[in-house]
Write a protein that binds this ligand. Structure first.
Ligand SMILES: Cc1ncc(COP(=O)(O)O)c(C=O)c1O
Length: 370
């Protein structure tokens, strides 16, 4: 209920500090303006209209999504200029065609000639063009055609020469920044990815092709390098919530993390020197398990506690050392978890409780599915 305290919520509950969200969004906008590059924020972390409005400054334009469900959800609510930045799945071409025919700008991504052939075989109505981004792998090691492969240039040429299709841009996601520690390492990966993409753009230019370019991840866009000004766009997303992982990489400080999971003590287990809490992986996700000295999350204000393990609906908490003082944690005690990976944690929740200074101001309901 609006106006009440978050501490009155039934647990487990995900709470979002709207003031921190707005600050994170504003800083990223200002940072991109400072560099001189267009920000195209990714929606995958929160998947909500309210947060999308904050990230786009209310324009409801120029976003990236990771699923077609997100694309449809945002399109149904007046968003446009949407880039579906996922190698176009063969079972979803018809749905992508419908969005391309409906929106003023719906963009897809591919990294294989077979996908291009699929688009060629499904011309859009009323002379519309498929707007296609070529996905490059610049060291991330996930989707994309390797930037240095001659096939990458050949595919770009094929896209630009195919009837009914336009080469809109070249897209590289520098997810390898997630292996970094500190600004120097982050910027080295950001620079390398930028350089690879700019070199590719030069090769395109040499064969008479010009199009946009985009790189990004939350670490690289939190600490951009100057050469990113030569790109058309950047596409970070997690920065709006941040998380413990980002603070360890060096993207942000813990004070920038906008999300928490509230949980309560539901059991005392003196025979194991443990507490039980009502948050298992269904409320936090298992992402990050074993990556922190404090276990699966940080327990705010209790550096002496570790979230040792989780089953679906239970968490086991133990002291970092020594004997647990159970009188300090009576049943019902509220504990606050700072998630390791906010995208994964958010995905576990059907609703986010939004607050300002601990008082509820609303609820955000994310879209789900693919
Ligand atoms: C293709 C793609 N683009 C952009 C992003 C956004 O990056 P980040 O989560 O680091 O903000 C992601 C994140 O996984 C992604 O997979």
């Amino acid at each position: 209920m609006e106006g009440s305290l978050i501490t009155d919520l039934c647990t487990p509950a995900m709470v979002v500090d709207v003031d921190v969200v707005k600050r994170n969004a504003k800083r990223m906008m200002e940072r991109c303006q400072g560099v001189g590059v267009q920000l195209r924020p990714h929606m995958k972390t929160h998947k909500t209209l309210e947060c999308a409005d904050i990230m786009t400054g209310g324009s409801r334009r120029c976003i990236v999504v990771s699923t077609l469900a997100e694309a449809c959800f945002f399109a149904d609510h007046g968003f446009d200029d949407i880039l579906y930045a996922y190698s176009i799945p063969f079972d979803k071409v018809e749905r992508c065609a419908a969005l391309s025919e409906r929106l003023s700008l719906f963009q897809v991504l591919l990294d294989h000639p077979d996908a291009l052939e699929l688009l060629r075989k499904r011309p859009l109505r009323e002379g519309r063009l498929w707007h296609v981004w070529l996905k490059l792998d610049c060291g991330n090691g996930r989707a994309g055609i390797l930037h240095s492969e001659p096939d990458a240039l050949l595919l770009a040429q094929a896209v630009s020469e195919t009837e009914g299709v336009e080469l809109t841009g070249v897209y590289a996601h520098c997810g390898n920044t997630y292996n970094c520690k500190g600004v120097v390492q982050i910027q080295a990966v950001a620079q390398e990815t930028t350089t690879f993409v700019l070199q590719f753009m030069e090769q395109l230019k040499a064969v008479g092709i010009t199009c946009k370019s985009s790189i990004g991840s939350t670490p690289s866009c939190s600490h951009p390098v100057k050469d990113m000004a030569q790109l058309s766009e950047v596409h970070p997303g997690n920065y709006v919530f941040y998380d413990v992982q980002q603070s360890l990489i060096g993207s942000c400080g813990l004070e920038d993390v906008a999300v928490r999971v509230l949980t309560r003590v539901i059991g005392h287990c003196p025979h194991r020197n443990q507490l039980l809490i009502d948050c298992g992986w269904a409320g936090l996700s298992h992402d990050g398990a074993g990556k922190l000295p404090t276990g699966n999350a940080m327990i705010e204000g209790h550096p002496n506690l570790r979230l040792l393990s989780m089953t679906q609906e239970h968490g086991r908490v133990e002291p970092m050392s020594g004997k647990l003082d159970y009188s300090a944690y009576p049943l019902g005690t509220l504990l606050t978890l700072i998630p390791y990976h906010s995208c994964a944690t958010a995905l576990m929740h059907p609703v986010y409780h939004v607050h300002s200074a601990g008082r509820l101001v609303g609820k955000w309901t994310p879209t789900r599915g693919w």
